[in-house]
Design a protein around this ligand. Sequence first.
Ligand code: HEM
Length: 321
Amino acid sequence: MFVVCATFLLLIAGGLVTSNDASLAVPDWPTSFGSFRMPRMVGGVLYEHGHRMIAASITVLVFALAVWTWISSRQRYLRILTALAVVGVIAQAVLGGLSVLSANWADPRWRLALASAHGVFGQIMFCLLASVALLTSASWRAEPASMLPAEDAGKLCLWTGLLVCMLLVQLALGAAFRHVWTKWGPAAAERIPANRIVNMFLVPHIVNAILATAVLVVATAMVMKRAGGNRNLRLSAISLHVLLLAQLLLGMGAFLTRVVFHMDVPQPQSALVFTTVAHQTVGALMLLTATVLAIQVRRALPHRATPAVKHAAGVQKAVTA
Ligand code: HEM
């Protein structure tokens, strides 16, 4: 759980780098201004180097988590997940480093692709580490308070899985918009006219937001209807609604500050930094909660449960009948 909270802070720090337009404040990698010593933490360097320092600490924590899991746990899925986390954290560092270095490459599209991939992959790592926390929690080991009906397994898995996929698409479109706008849009080189960037990335982002909202409502309604006394399922479903509401408002705020009022020209203003970082952060929390819900649903289905849980479900059904 500690690693998940630290990764959450790292996501916010990463958002601050992009929103403050500080991604090239330190122009080299893995060194900072040609050295491994700490530079003067002023201006954009505070955000960019600060992000690197938090990232380095989390890399150490993820390694420690994997070593500890491999020593103390025999669960194969936990070992695989933590090994994936180690590979992922290295890949994420390389993506971040290359997105800095690519500013000097001949084809400038690399920088957009690498920076967007770094933004998306960071949130996937966040969900991966949260899954490890969930699978090692006391609530995971305890039997679910009530089971979901086995005959609805197909549609429950489908809709909760679809929600995770829709949020991933939403994240990818948001990240692409954000990076193209800040690196090629009116806030920077003006290689692409603002309305083209909006049509290419922001309009699909808004259309997908409407579709994701519909999927979220259907998936959570399905779960709530069948959750019975399972508080974990109810909590995740309700949290998704609260987060969605906040996210739609923050999305409007990000749209107004970034596109309508151009608060990034010539220097990002605090209203823009707040709305965009908050929107990115709540987006990460939505992806995480949707992932947790999808896992919890699978846990609460009888065919995935232990014999003891199956027995409890059978008893419960017999009592209701
Ligand atoms: C389901 C609802 C939504 C989700 C989950 C969501 C998610 C996200 C995420 C994760 C990002 C940041 C990506 C990154 O940089 O890593 C983003 C960016 C953005 N989103 Fe959304 N979004 C939603 C709805 C909306 C709506 C309704 C609007 C506009 C009315 C909107 C406008 C924006 C804008 C303008 C950005 C770029 C912010 C910037 O330039 O820094 N979003 N979105």
